[in-house]
Design a protein. Structure first.
Length: 106
């Protein structure tokens, strides 16, 4: 059970990090947008509105992504928690295949 809890914590950490990085990008973009709008003046108002719409679209996409990713994360955590040896075997097999393919390239 401890492994499942650790896997859940790790999954949550990765998800939180990705969302925080995307949120920081959106905030920086908004700041740049406001700075650019003050430099351009009235001529940039149309461009500013377009950028505002795109940022709103990005925020909505972030929310949608979070909602769609949650069931996948939960299903993966459930599978890994319920089948630890199968997960290890699949991971080892994948590592072997990647190792063989990379070994052929040299």
């Amino acid at each position: 059970m401890a492994r499942k809890t650790a896997a859940q914590a790790h999954g949550e950490q990765i998800k939180d990090q990705a969302f925080s990085e995307l949120q920081a990008l959106i905030e920086q973009s908004e700041k740049l947008l406001n700075d650019a709008a003050s430099l351009v003046g009235e001529e940039g108002e149309g461009l500013r509105e377009q950028l505002d719409a795109k940022l709103k679209q990005a925020r909505d996409g972030l929310t949608t992504l979070g909602n769609r990713a949650q069931p996948v994360v939960e299903a993966t955590q459930t599978y890994i928690g319920g089948h630890p040896w199968q997960t290890v075997a699949i991971s080892a097999g994948f590592g072997l295949v990647v190792g063989l393919l990379l070994g052929r390239r040299d």
